[in-house]
Structure formats: C-alpha cells, structure tokens
Design a protein around this ligand. Structure first.
Ligand SMILES: NC(=O)c1ccc[n+]([C@@H]2O[C@H](COP(=O)([O-])OP(=O)(O)OC[C@H]3O[C@@H](n4cnc5c(N)ncnc54)[C@H](OP(=O)(O)O)[C@@H]3O)[C@@H](O)[C@H]2O)c1
Length: 268
C-alpha cells in the first residue's frame, strides 16, 4: 500500500492541468497527490499545487517510492535524466505517460516493473473540456484502467481508447491543435482591432465565435462544410472571405501544420 494514490513527475503545465482539473471535478482529493519537480526550489508552480493540498517535493524518488499511479509529465528530453529513478518502479505501480511521441514499448523498458498507460490530452482538461486518448499495455488490470479512465472522463469532453498507432496523429490534431485554434482567435481579434474594435472586445467576440462554431458542430453533428455553407450566401460577404482564405491556403496551412506536428512527434 503506497502512501499516496496519485503521483506526478514534472509539475509543469500539463501535470498541473490534469491534476487540478481532476481535483476541481471532485474525482480525486488534492491531499492524495504527491508531485515532484526540481523547479519547486524556485517556487512559482509550488504555490499552485499547494493551493489544492498536494504534497510538493523536489526529488522524484519521493513520488517513485510513495505513489500508486504516477503521471509522467516531463518533457521527452528529460527521460534519460530520470531513467535510473524510473527503473526502480514496482509491479504494484502504474505509470500514466502524457509525453508526446513516447511509445508504450519504450516506456515499458524505462519504467522498471510498473504497468504503463499512455495518454494524450490537451490543456483544456484543466477546465473539463479537454479531448483525451488512452491506450494501455497488457499488464494493466481492468480495475486500474477504469480508475484512470474515470480521472480523464472527469476532466475531458471526450475520452477515447485509441490504438497506439493513432497517437501521433491525435497528438498533432488535439494536444497541439488547441494552440492553432488560439492562434486563430488571436488573428481574428487582430482583424477586429484593424476594423476599429477595442482589443478586449475583439478578443471576446473572436473567442465567442470559435466557441459558438464548436458548439454548433458538436451539438448538430453536421459536417463543418455544411455549417460553413449555411452562412455563405450567393454573392455575399462571407463568400468573399472564403475566396480570400482559399487563395491564401487557409485549409492547406492547417493541414500542413498538423502533419508537421505529427512528423515531429515521430522523431522524438
Ligand atoms: N503542454 C501541452 O499542451 C501538452 C499537451 C500534451 C502533452 N504534453 C506533454 O506533457 C509533457 C510535459 O509538458 P508541459 O507542457 O507540461 O511541460 P512543462 O510545463 O515544462 O512541465 C514539465 C515540468 O517538468 C519539470 N522537470 C524538468 N526536469 C525534471 C526532472 N528531472 N524531474 C521532474 N521534473 C522535471 C520541468 O521543470 P523546468 O521547467 O525547470 O525544466 C517542468 O516544470 C511533455 O512531455 C509533453 O509532450 C504537453
């Protein structure tokens, strides 16, 4: 029996988004979380973790020794640095890796005797609206997998069990894709400012427009092209914008960006 149910190695953005989201959703207790990160000696993130009662440590061995489910949320390049620590994991422990591009096979070879679950998610899980994909190695029990799934169900709008071969595409589309939507919001707001709106107002309207479009697509389940056609009247203003976007390679730039992201994931 480990002292903490939930451990986190790497208390940065993603680790915090997942755990704070789960605490907010009420599926885990903050006091059941132990997190390690060398930045804790430089404080900032430590204050955030402590705000919901997590135990903060600077040394990974505290998490390795004391937690049952361990969220691995360091950058991929840190893995060699912590390999000796990961090798000490025991068979009663399960590692939940959110590291982009790191396959189950590699994680298994690094994580001692621990079972391994691979997850991809985006930062919107901190407010319960992420999209997550999960896959597990054969050693993970149905009971443990259910607990892990419950954690992600509570912090995401959609959770799917995805064959591992789809992970890099999912990472590019959703884990990174959320950044490209923010860029769209930023660009739309810039255009609003160019048109004379205040920065705050233009940003608010841009965000609400994206939110509304996403809700329409999700709720109506209509193909995005049909929803686009519905606001594109013959000879109208929207069609003038559509023509310009097509001329500038709008859809192709998004496709290429997501493919480039996927290729980068494959090269970690
Ligand atoms: N951000 C996203 O949207 C996103 C989405 C999906 C998946 N991911 C994955 O999530 C992982 C973490 O990304 P992130 O954005 O959360 O990065 P991050 O904010 O930099 O968090 C990683 C944390 O790990 C800490 N760290 C560095 N060396 C460590 C060590 N030896 N032991 C323990 N912790 C250590 C870092 O401290 P320092 O800052 O001092 O180095 C940092 O606080 C990545 O593998 C990424 O692929 C991220």
């Amino acid at each position: 029996m480990r002292a903490f149910k939930w451990g986190v190695l790497g208390g940065g953005q993603m680790g915090f988004a997942i755990k704070s989201g789960a605490v907010k959703a009420g599926v885990i207790r903050g006091s059941d979380v132990i997190v390690s990160d060398p930045v804790f000696n430089k404080q900032s993130y430590e204050t955030k973790w402590k705000s919901f009662g997590a135990k903060c440590k600077e040394e990974n061995k505290e998490v390795i020794q004391n937690a049952k489910f361990i969220l691995l949320s360091v950058k991929p390049q840190i893995l060699p640095e912590i390999a000796d620590e990961l090798a000490k994991l025991e068979e009663d422990q399960t590692v939940i890796s959110v590291i982009a591009g790191q396959k189950l096979e590699k994680l298994e070879s690094l994580c001692g005797k621990a079972k391994v679950v691979r997850v991809m998610v985006n930062t919107a899980c901190s407010i319960g609206h992420g999209a997550a994909a999960l896959c597990a190695n054969d050693a993970v029990t149905a009971e443990d997998f259910e607990e892990i799934q419950a954690l992600f169900n509570a912090t995401n709008g959609a959770v799917d069990i995805l064959p591992e071969k789809g992970f890099d595409a999912f990472t590019a589309l959703s884990g990174s894709g959320i950044a490209y939507v923010y860029m769209m919001a930023e660009a739309m707001a810039d255009a609003g400012v160019h048109g004379g709106l205040s920065r705050d107002y233009a940003t608010k309207v841009a965000v609400q427009t994206i939110l509304g479009a996403a809700q329409m697509a999700a709720q109506t389940k209509k193909h995005p092209a049909i929803l686009k056609d519905a606001v594109t009247s013959p000879g109208g203003c929207t069609m003038a914008g559509v023509r310009t976007l097509e001329k500038l390679g709008y859809r192709s730039s998004i496709i290429e960006a997501i493919i480039a992201t996927q290729e980068r994931c494959q090269n970690f």
